[in-house]
Ligand binder design. Structure first.
Ligand code: S3P
Length: 449
């Protein structure tokens, strides 16, 4: 949904120790994929634990517009009656993906090899983000794209009537691009091959295999080579969506910096393509124990017990960026409470997320008394140690849910309250953030800016 309504200014006051169990909602990446692959199967898939954030609800509406029957049966309980690979109908209206880069990019891929036209748009944040990274590879299948200058939305895609399979090396580490090419390859005859030099989140590959696609993944000198055989008949599945490790990072990071805290976060993914933040926090000296390792919804998970910790700054290697790309904003908050510098390299993709996340975090941290340095591809935070962040400033969140939540976490441990201009976008990925954090002991107040 493009219309975010009136801004919701919010103030985060210094919190008492955080205690309790933080049951974070379902994984956003997996939720989008479950709806899309359900829509591309013949028959009815059942999804439990679906994230009911606005991003995912927008993907559900889009799947209806392409002809799937998508129904909600209870909280997190959904069904998708799919139309099969190649069965998408031409939508009668513009597809509005709201704030969601994942939604629009995956759906563009999924429709690119069907002989239909679709026009996509989104909110001001999404309309400023580059789509050339998707239109380049889907044009190789034979699709055509007509968008605004710079490859921006609104954009119309004419799907290929006679698609050809492609071999494509993803030029940037991006699971969205990889996934769009694989989804396009579903309706092309023959083998579509996607090569990624660095491994990114692998939910699309796991789920495609689960829905019955023929897919091989091999490691080679070029990188990870994924070979998909086109035009399979996907079989409907029951998908149990595990909890979102990116959402879990917010209560985990808050507990690490609020003195005296001890919380449990059950069922956090330990998928190596997603858990870079936890590796980094442990390197910083975080007291996190990983209990009851098991498998849930096809993903390795563990229950995290997290205690307030004395942290030290670290160098985060560029090779880890893909596995924690959404967690750098909240890591930069944690880094402000560590002793010494935290250096984050290889992070320029952060500049084309829901906002320029390096710039947004740099400005907000500076306003709250933290010294930072930024280059195009590097972000450095000079830690002030436990309790050392002055706070007291208003932060601009630029329609970016993770920027909003990161500054609210900052306020929980800063000396003076931290304000944000708009908590509205938090609902895109973590609609229960406010009650969940308040139950743990956070003091969040809806205020005038
Ligand atoms: C996602 C991939 C990442 C990530 C986004 C979700 C996905 O984007 O930032 O929040 O579900 O595939 P990129 O592919 O642009 O790195």
């Amino acid at each position: 949904m493009s219309d975010h309504g009136d801004p919701i200014p919010m103030t985060s006051h210094r919190a008492a120790p955080l205690n309790g169990v933080a049951e974070v909602p379902g994984d956003k990446s997996i939720s989008h994929r479950a709806l899309i692959l359900g829509a591309l199967s013949v028959g009815e898939s059942r999804i439990s634990g679906l994230l009911e954030g606005q991003d995912v609800l927008d993907t559900a509406s889009a799947m209806r517009a392409f002809g799937a029957d998508v129904q909600q049966h209870g909280p997190g309980e959904w069904s998708v009656h799919g139309v099969g690979v190649g069965g998408f109908a031409e939508p009668a209206q513009v597809i509005d993906c709201g704030n969601s880069g994942t939604g629009v990019r995956l759906i563009m891929g999924a429709m690119a090899t069907s002989p239909i036209a679709a026009t996509f748009t989104g909110d001001a944040s999404l309309r400023s983000r580059p789509m050339g990274r998707i239109t380049d590879p889907i044009s190789l299948f034979g699709a055509r794209a007509y968008g605004r200058s710079g490859g921006r939305l609104p954009m119309t895609i004419l799907g290929a009537a006679d698609p050809v399979p492609v071999r494509y090396t993803v030029p940037i580490p991006s699971a969205q691009v990889k996934s769009a090419v694989l989804l396009a390859g579903l309706n092309a005859p023959g083998e579509t091959i996607v090569i990624e030099r660095e491994a990114t989140r692998d939910h699309t590959e796991r789920m495609l295999a689960g829905f019955g696609a023929e897919l091989r993944v091999e490691d080679s000198e070029e990188g990870r080579v994924i070979t998909l055989t086109g035009q399979p008949e996907l079989r409907p599945q029951n998908v149990a969506v595990p909890r979102d490790p990116s959402s879990a990072a917010f209560p985990v990071c808050a507990a690490l910096i609020v003195q005296g805290s001890e919380i449990t976060v059950p069922g956090v993914s330990q998928n190596p393509t997603r858990n870079g933040i936890y590796t980094t926090l442990v390197e910083m000296g975080a007291d996190i124990s990983f209990e009851n390792p098991r498998e849930e919804g096809g993903e390795p998970v563990a229950d995290l017990r997290v205690r307030f910790s004395q942290l030290r700054g670290v160098e985060v290697p560029p090779g880890r960026a893909a596995s924690m790309i959404d967690e750098y904003p909240v890591l930069s908050v944690v880094a402000a409470f560590a002793e010494g510098r935290t250096v984050m390299r290889g992070v320029k993709e952060l500049r084309v997320k829901e906002s320029d996340r390096i710039d947004a975090m740099a400005r907000g941290l500076e306003a709250n008394g933290v010294t930072v340095e930024e280059e195009e591809d590097t972000f450095i935070v000079h830690g002030l140690g436990q309790g050392g962040v002055p706070g007291g400033a208003l932060c601009a969140t630029h329609l970016d849910h993770r920027i909003a939540m990161s500054f609210l976490v900052l306020g929980m441990a800063a000396q003076k309250p931290v304000r944000i201009d708009d908590a509205g976008p938090v609902a895109t990925s973590f609609p229960v953030f406010e009650p969940l954090m308040t139950d743990l002991g956070a003091k969040l107040e809806r205020t005038g800016a």
